[in-house]
Design a protein around this ligand. Structure first.
Ligand SMILES: Cc1cc2nc3c(=O)[nH]c(=O)nc-3n(C[C@H](O)[C@H](O)[C@H](O)COP(=O)(O)OP(=O)(O)OC[C@H]3O[C@@H](n4cnc5c(N)ncnc54)[C@H](O)[C@@H]3O)c2cc1C
Ligand code: FES
Length: 347
């Protein structure tokens, strides 16, 4: 009796080429373009890796891709114009893609580390500062403004931005806001203690200062979106960068300005740092004399044109996207809008 052997279908990795730089890399079966690029040390812009933030959006100039699940941040219009989200796009063929390649962070390896909680301090009614310590022989090399993922016991991830600058890499400082009903942030507020062991992965993300630009910088921070910006400011101070830095920090009421004195002190002691706190919903007891409203609107009130500026926006997705939509008609070049949208984990 003849015997039939079913051969596994052989898979040839697809080659992806970045049009502008000519850099190419191979993508394995069921791997997304972004995962393959990062695995091979090629820097593409990204944020959530979950199809939510839109940071990894780019064009497929030739070839075809499919998605395991439809990516939320891709509109029908985007798709019509050939855009895709590379964190979700799995090649069906070789591809030529258009997306800016990031060279600065590519040498930084992304690794998993065990870490010990070295300190946990309440900064406000709903923000906790966590200082993580890595084992003595380990350092995580990162760029100011990047983030780490906590890897939970069941493999789920939770992202938090690094609030300290890289020259202080003996610890990793995080500012964690308590989310009502939030699984991980609830644990942090109710059960996390000094000496607890956690697992983290990093450094991640492309939210870091582009030092090849000399343009003045506007920072747009919402709530704990101040964390990565605090890291970048301390880095800029250490390097004595002379660019103008305008820091706009939007929160609800005065109690949410959890590091107001520190940011004010940076502005008081450095003429190139300007600080504008903005409250959207001040309480009567705040006796607030300062700016009110949405933080991106305060920027629009202060700048007639945003041409010639770099803008770094970090915090709630609604703020990040409202900022981008409002700043583009004011002359901002979209390639100078860098963002870190604090999207929720898509478990
Ligand atoms: C790149 C990146 C960097 C981040 N950096 C920081 C940071 O520095 N500091 C910080 O405080 N947060 C940061 N976040 C957001 C943070 O990751 C989430 O708040 C966190 O994952 C919530 O986890 P949880 O398990 O407590 O909530 P979950 O159990 O995942 O969610 C519980 C409920 O709350 C909702 N929810 C979850 N997160 C939020 C949120 N952020 N805002 C409003 N509702 C939410 C969910 O939809 C769900 O209904 C960052 C996110 C990203 C993607
Ligand atoms: S949508 Fe792809 S990284 Fe956020």
């Amino acid at each position: 009796m003849p015997r039939f052997v079913i051969k596994p279908k052989s898979f040839m990795p697809h080659q992806v080429t970045i049009a502008a730089s000519g850099t190419s890399f191979l993508v394995e079966q069921d791997e997304s373009v972004l995962d393959a690029a990062l695995r091979q040390g090629i820097g593409l812009p990204y944020g959530c890796r979950n199809g939510l933030c839109g940071n990894c959006k780019g064009k497929v100039q030739s070839g075809k891709v499919h998605y395991r699940q439809p990516p939320t941040a891709l509109s029908v219009d985007d798709e019509k114009h050939g855009y895709t989200l590379f964190c979700h796009a799995i090649p069906d063929t070789d591809l030529i893609i258009a997306i800016p390649e990031i060279t600065t962070s590519t040498e930084l390896p992304i690794k998993r580390f065990p870490a010990k909680v070295g300190g946990i301090t309440r900064l406000s009614h709903d923000v906790m500062r966590i200082c993580l310590k890595l084992p003595d022989a380990m350092r995580m090399q990162f760029l100011a403004g990047q983030y780490i993922d906590f890897i939970l016991k069941d493999g789920r991830r939770r992202s938090f931005s690094i609030a300290n600058p890289p020259h202080e890499d003996r610890h990793i400082e995080l500012h964690v806001r308590h989310i009502q009903g939030g699984r991980f942030t609830g644990e942090v507020f109710d059960h996390m203690h000094v000496n607890d062991i956690v697992r983290i992965e990093g450094p991640l993300g492309s939210f870091f200062l582009r030092e090849n630009s000399t343009q003045p910088v506007i920072f747009l921070a919402g709530g704990t979106g101040m964390a990565p910006i605090a890291g970048i400011i301390q880095y800029a101070l250490k390097k004595r960068l002379q660019r103008e830095f305008y820091v706009y920090w939007g929160v609800r009421s005065a109690e949410d300005l959890y590091m107001h004195d520190q940011v004010q002190a940076w502005a008081n002691t450095h003429t190139n740092i300007h600080y504008v706190p903005v409250l959207s919903d001040p309480k009567p007891e705040d006796h607030w004399q300062g700016r009110t409203g949405y933080v991106h609107e305060a920027v629009l009130q202060d700048f007639d044109t945003l041409a010639g500026y770099d803008i770094y926006a970090s915090g709630p997705p609604a703020m990040v996207y409202a900022g981008r939509d409002a700043f583009l008609p004011r002359g901002l070049d979209p390639k100078f809008y860098y963002s870190d949208a604090f999207e929720f984990s898509n478990d």
